[in-house]
Write a protein that binds this ligand. Structure first.
Ligand SMILES: Nc1ncnc2c1ncn2[C@@H]1O[C@H](COP(=O)(O)OP(=O)(O)O)[C@@H](O)[C@H]1O
Ligand SMILES: CC(C)(COP(=O)(O)O)[C@@H](O)C(=O)NCCC(=O)O
Length: 400
């Protein structure tokens, strides 16, 4: 994809018509459905010259998400914007299966029949790990200032040397957590995972604090103080560091450890403090397991994705501190601006395979431009903290 200039914008303009939208891809996970679709700029002509290798269509990649439990709202959204027409056509298929939409994640299996019934299109399933890796590689190669470090409240963009990107560890924190060693385009191995992930934080957090939304839980954690519930080294060592083994008095010795000794009930704790301890416990644990897996394979760079992160300062800070602490400063935690959309982007990129399929190349050439990452073009992003919700990425796609 030739990303010439990019910025995050709102959703589609109201007057964008169906003919301007193509390539809908879905990632239907345990918690959230992620959508990526391309919308052509109104003034960008569709180039029907199928012999040309260089026809460029300018437009935007749009990103949206819905809770998986509200899949019907998502399908209504797709219908209202006619996004379901942005699939690819398979002439050999029986009538009802002629339009196929790329989808990945467990929900591509679980909801295939519902989608067929409600949208009248079929799902072409793409493997989840393939998509995560393809999405991450695309972002790291094609989008300037995609990756950044976050430590002590400071965000620093990381220059990615395309000739020295691999190997790296990709940690996707969704409902559960997958850890993938990436060695190249399409070359990877899922080396580990843990069931203590984003679903755990949201599930336990909802039960313990009674909050009604994930954002409310994050907001609570922002205001809380984990020291009220966590048992610190200093609580055990009379306010002292345990310097012989490198633990300062403020290190958490036992997450939620004070809750056992206090004779206090759940309602005696502030929801803010519970949310803070929980977020810290889960982020710390993921950071530590990630580092141990990086160590197993000698990987120095760890990229974190998944909607759990939500560009949340405290989450990123905790993960970074854990990686830094355990690696003694050797390994680096890096985050991705499109953190939650790796799988959906990977499914989106897989439309390229359709363009290369001889049996339908003709139709694909004319109707469905194919994205080809082209590295090195500069993109300028507005730097604010709220880029990943329904933002869009301006780009050009090459029709092949
Ligand atoms: N609005 C939200 N509703 C629910 N969970 C959210 C929301 N925003 C972020 N999350 C977090 O993101 C996690 C899901 O991340 P995601 O990468 O979409 O995984 P999955 O593919 O399993 O749905 C949730 O478990 C939760 O921790
Ligand atoms: C099963 C999953 C790949 C599904 O992906 P998700 O919907 O959580 O993004 C993921 O939840 C996971 O890797 N869980 C951890 C399982 C384990 O290795 O213990």
């Amino acid at each position: 994809m030739d990303v010439r200039d990019a910025g995050f914008q709102g959703n589609l303009d109201a007057d964008q018509s169906e003919s301007q939208i193509s390539h809908l891809a879905l990632d239907i996970g345990g918690s959230l459905i992620k959508l990526v679709y391309f919308s052509r700029n109104k003034d960008s002509p569709i180039d029907n010259n199928k012999d040309s290798k260089d026809s460029v269509i300018e437009g935007r990649l749009n990103f949206s998400n819905f809770e998986t439990s509200k899949i019907n709202d998502c399908l209504e959204f797709i219908l209202s914007k006619k996004l379901h027409l942005g699939g690819f056509r398979c002439h050999e298929a029986p009538d009802g299966d002629k339009i196929l939409i790329k989808a990945t994640g467990g929900g591509a299996y679980k909801f295939a029949d519902l989608i067929k019934e409600k949208l009248g299109v079929s799902i072409e399933k793409e493997e989840e790990m393939d998509c995560l890796v393809a999405g991450a590689n695309f972002l790291l190669k094609a989008v300037h200032q995609e990756a950044f470090t976050y430590m002590d409240g400071r965000k620093e963009f990381v220059h990615i040397d395309h000739n020295d990107l691999y190997p790296y560890l990709l940690v996707n924190i969704g409902s559960g957590v997958s850890m993938i060693k990436v060695d190249g385009d399409g070359k990877f191995e899922r080396i580990s995972g843990t069931s203590v992930g984003g679903g755990t934080f949201w599930g336990l957090g909802r039960l313990l604090t009674n909050c009604k939304s994930f954002d409310e839980l994050l907001e609570l954690s922002h205001q809380g103080n984990n020291r009220v519930i966590d048992m610190l080294v200093g609580d055990i060592y009379g306010g002292l560091d345990y310097s012989k083994i490198g633990l300062s008095s403020t290190t958490i010795a036992s997450s939620f450890g004070k809750a056992i000794s206090d004779n206090r009930e759940l309602e005696d704790y502030k929801p803010e403090d519970i949310a803070r301890s929980l977020l810290r416990m889960i982020s710390n644990n993921i950071g530590q397991i990630s580092y141990l897996n990086a160590l197993r394979f000698g990987l120095k760079r760890i990229f974190f994705g998944g909607f759990f992160i939500r560009s949340h300062a405290f989450t990123m800070d905790t993960i970074s501190v854990a990686v830094n602490f355990w690696s003694k400063g050797e390994a680096k935690a890096m985050f991705l601006r499109h953190e939650g959309f790796l799988g959906a982007l990977g499914a989106f990129m897989s439309y390229e395979k359709c363009g290369r399929d001889d049996s339908m190349a003709h139709q694909s050439v004319q109707r469905y431009p194919v994205c080809k990452p082209i590295v090195g073009d500069k993109i300028c992003y507005p730097l604010n903290g709220d880029l990943n919700d329904n933002g869009s990425l301006e780009c050009s796609v090459y029709a092949v």
